[in-house]
Design a protein around this ligand. Structure first.
Ligand code: MIC
Ligand code: SF4
Length: 643
């Protein structure tokens, strides 16, 4: 039986388990990436592992998220990251060099390799034919220490792209179509593998838009074959030597196959407040727009930005619109500038931001109250822009440009203009001077620890009885942005006690105080949730901060992959309801008890939750490998290591 691309790469990296969907496997990791907002915690954890140098082929630390530097905290983090990278053999991409996924695609990703990154959009590099997976910082730290990365062996869904996109329809519309088909829930434990004759017209950065936003579906990753276009891209990056061809065997088998005819697609948008709330741009026609943000790790390649520059040439941004431009990398910005397109964008009235995450994570450019904001980024969760009552729509660069001109939602096909067919440059300017490679000769590097750098968090072993209260009951699709907001709060990422004050801030601002008060009384906090709990980002703070507040269990209808792994890593028990009626019967404030935990978990037998307030009990399920059982019992992965 032939192999698909996923099986080929996983088989070449397998260190434990069998490649049978649903089984836990361990894989060797060739490359890691971290970004600053998750990186400080990852490196603090790495330091506690007492390993002299990273053991991967390549580990890169990016500074791209917290670059606003209001107060000393961000700069303290940057200084820590630079010194720790130098000491442990990690490559550092300095602030100003660009967003991790875009830079990794350009400068480091390699077909056939494995990559894990402490950011949920790490799958972007799947565009190069890698298995690139988002994970919590602790998993990345362990991979840097040379340990395998463990995951549930995914089942592979083949997505066949046929035909060619029509003018004004682009890669963003493809992934929005995929989101319409698969939605943001129910895809845990699967990988999307792309194929079909349609991929021959999609350049690597266009493929990257598609793999990037696969993260919104909750899949483990997405992957394209490595083909002639991959070779051309790598050649343009002056690294043709990194190319290897990678394709599925003709008789490869898939769990499911889905066909998308590219020629049938039209401009689409994800409406507020979820990336799977898909509608046509035509259907939104005429809605007044207040802000347009172009950039993020999803759509800020040279091609994306030149396309917009060409559409906007000779136009001035509509008076009602604030037009924000954040290029994905310094390379993109440099080439835009040398080729004259930056001048065109500035002439049109673009407000040029740093090539960093910026607006996408809500730490700048929050729109006005009640605004309609069109963004080429990947997430439009309620409040993520920093403005609670803003309506954020996700759109392609073409749709964004159309609104910049007209001031309202406009199908770009109605612009009555010839579509600018932009090709990726074959010979862009490459300048790696903002990348610091570790100097192997220096071993006595002092780590820079400003007052914002805390200690790696710790938990106590699992008690035999979880006895406490449902401190919060939430509904479906709770994202990690709900659990622990980023934006202006993100500067406290390295200071757990301070950051923990904001847990569930936008859902129930009294949560942190109530949880801490219960903890001080010796009671445990329990979170009750609906479907797809922990969607979105990989931030392990969505586990660490609740842990700090004394949360010992989450009982949900279902949990998303990265968040469930993060909970286990920090000793919080992820449990699932067996029946929706059991979820319905619980109220916030109910006293719960889960007895005889240790033996039950060791034996893998079922757990019964007693609702003391209601006088009822119900069974819950859990899926823990023997490795994860050890972690849960010890109170987290770091405790297992120290024993
Ligand atoms: C995001 O897009 O939400 C982030 C910010 O990049 C996160 C990481 C983080 O919270 O630091 C992600 O996607 O994992
Ligand atoms: Fe940065 Fe936004 Fe991409 Fe996250 S999704 S890595 S915040 S640009």
């Amino acid at each position: 039986m032939g192999k698909n691309i996923v099986q080929k790469i996983l088989a070449g990296h397998l260190v434990s388990g069998n490649l049978a969907p649903g089984d836990e496997i361990g894989i060797r990791i060739d490359q890691t990436l971290t970004q600053d907002a998750t990186g400080t915690m990852a490196y603090l954890q790495f330091e506690s592992m007492n390993v002299a140098k990273v053991k991967t082929e390549l580990s890169v630390s990016y500074i791209d998220h917290n670059t606003i530097q209001i107060g000393f905290e961000n700069a303290d983090d940057h200084c820590y990251l630079q010194s720790v990278a130098q000491k442990y053999g990690v490559v550092l991409s300095r602030a100003g060099n660009g967003i991790c996924h875009q830079v990794h695609l350009e400068r480091f990703g390699k077909p056939g390799k494995t990559l894990i990154g402490s950011d949920s959009h790490t799958p972007t590099c799947g565009a190069l034919g890698m298995i690139a997976i988002g994970a919590g910082g602790l998993d990345v730290a362990q991979a840097m220490a040379g340990e395998p990365f463990y995951l549930v062996c995914p089942s592979v869904i083949r997505i066949n792209l046929h035909g060619r996109l029509n003018p004004w329809v682009s890669a963003k519309d493809v992934i929005l179509k995929v989101l319409e088909i698969f939605t943001t829930k129910g895809n845990v434990g699967t990988i999307f593998e792309y194929g079909g004759n349609g991929i021959a017209s999609l350049s690597v950065p266009e493929r990257a838009t598609i793999t990037n936003m696969g993260a919104e579906c909750g899949v483990t990753t997405s992957v394209f074959p490595s083909d002639e276009l991959t070779r051309l891209f790598l050649r343009s990056q002056q690294r043709e030597q990194d190319y290897t061809e990678l394709k599925a065997d003709d008789d490869a088998v898939y769990a499911r196959t889905v066909d998308i005819d590219l020629s049938q697609l039209e401009p689409l948008t994800a409406r507020p407040h979820s990336p799977d709330n898909i509608g046509t741009v035509r259907g939104m026609k005429g809605i007044p727009v207040n802000q347009v943000c172009l950039g993020s790790c999803t759509n800020s390649s040279y091609k994306d930005l030149v396309t917009v520059a060409k559409i906007l040439k000779g136009h001035t941004v509509h008076p009602d619109i604030s037009f924000i431009l954040a290029p994905g990398s310094r390379q993109v910005l440099d080439n835009l500038s040398r080729d004259g397109y930056l001048a065109d964008l500035i002439a049109s009235g673009a407000r040029l931001m740093e090539n960093a995450c910026g607006f996408c994570i809500g730490n700048s450019q929050s729109p006005k109250s009640g605004a309609v904001s069109l963004r080429t980024s990947n997430r439009n969760f309620l409040g993520r822009s920093g403005t609670m009552d803003a309506d954020v729509y996700l759109v392609s660069p073409e749709t964004a440009a159309a609104a910049v001109i007209t001031g309202c939602f406009t199908d770009p096909r109605d612009l009555k203009m010839e579509y600018p067919q932009v090709q990726m440059p074959l010979d862009p300017v490459i300048d790696d001077s903002m990348i610091i490679r570790p100097d192997n000769l220096q071993s006595d590097i002092a780590i820079c620890r400003g007052p914002n750098i805390g200690a790696p968090p710790s938990n106590s072993p699992l008690p035999d009885v979880i006895s406490g209260q449902v401190t919060i009951k939430v509904g479906d699709k709770i994202t990690t942005d709900h659990i622990i907001p980023a934006g202006a709060r993100m500067k406290y990422r390295s200071n757990i006690p301070r950051y923990s004050e904001f847990v569930f801030e936008n859902v129930d601002s009294s949560f942190a105080k109530r949880a801490l008060a219960l903890k001080e009384k010796g009671m445990h906090n329990i979170i009750v949730a609906g479907l797809s709990y922990g969607q979105g980002s990989s931030r392990e703070h969505a586990a660490i901060c609740p842990m700090y507040l004394g949360v010992r269990a989450v009982i949900a209808k279902s949990l998303e992959r990265i968040h469930a792994a993060n909970l286990i890593n920090f000793g919080i028990l992820p449990l699932s309801f067996l029946k929706d009626s059991d979820y319905d019967a619980i109220d916030q404030g109910d006293d719960l008890e889960i007895p005889a935990l240790k033996t039950a978990i060791m034996e893998g037998s079922k757990l019964i939750v007693q609702n003391k307030t209601k006088g009822i009990s119900f069974p819950v399920s859990y899926t823990l490998s023997s490795r994860q059982k050890q972690m849960i019992l010890a109170g987290g992965a770091l405790n297992v290591r120290s024993h």
